[in-house]
Design a protein around this ligand. Structure first.
Ligand SMILES: [Zn+2]
Length: 187
């Protein structure tokens, strides 16, 4: 697939037996299976509001863009793009959570009010995709130590964590601060 980052191989994975099936995508640059060293990688969760609609409420699009650029610049690496909107709670619930936030709840509280865990994303799927692509060791682009832990528990060796830096704006500054204060992210 030709993209503004160059030519990217898109590999779609179908998970489970639901109808329609759950589909995730690996965006791959270079022969990652043959890489002798840890592969530059990001595990990214879908954010329709940020990535398609360019919502200013989060930094997802910025992080995806930085990760794709880094992979393209390195000429080797991949982004595992998990189709799990709103930290795994779905688009409808995410928009309901936004409504709660407008009434004063922060992103963690809003999810709790709706009865969801702070972060319902599943890293076992990402680990299985990495293994299928022949990638067992990664340099992971993330600010989220829980993501590193989740992948390690799922059997992927994370040799290095590389931070991504988002520019705060007036709409997402508090969201970014909550990720650091309440969700263990590195700023
Ligand atoms: Zn987002």
């Amino acid at each position: 697939m030709p993209t503004e980052y160059g030519v990217v191989r898109a590999v779609v994975y179908r998970v489970g037996t639901g109808e329609p099936p759950e589909e995730h995508v690996a965006l791959v640059v270079g022969d990652v299976a043959a890489a002798g060293s840890p592969v530059l990688a990001r595990v990214h969760s879908e954010c329709w509001t940020g990535e398609v609609m360019r919502s200013q409420k989060c930094d997802c699009r910025d992080q995806l863009d930085q990760a794709m650029r880094a992979v393209a610049d390195a000429g080797m690496g991949l982004v595992v793009y998990l189709r799990q909107e709103g930290r795994g709670i779905g688009l409808g619930n995410k928009v309901r959570a936004y409504a709660l936030q407008q009434e004063g709840a922060d992103t963690v509280d809003a999810n709790r009010i709706l009865g969801f865990a702070d972060d319902a994303r599943r890293y076992d799927v990402a680990a299985a995709i990495l293994r299928d692509l022949g990638v067992g060791r990664v340099a992971l682009m993330t600010n989220n130590p829980n993501k590193v832990r989740g992948l390690v528990e799922a059997g992927i060796e994370v040799t290095e964590r590389r931070a991504l830096h988002a520019e705060p704006n007036e709409h997402n500054a508090e969201y970014l601060a909550v990720k650091v204060k309440r969700m263990g992210h590195e700023g």
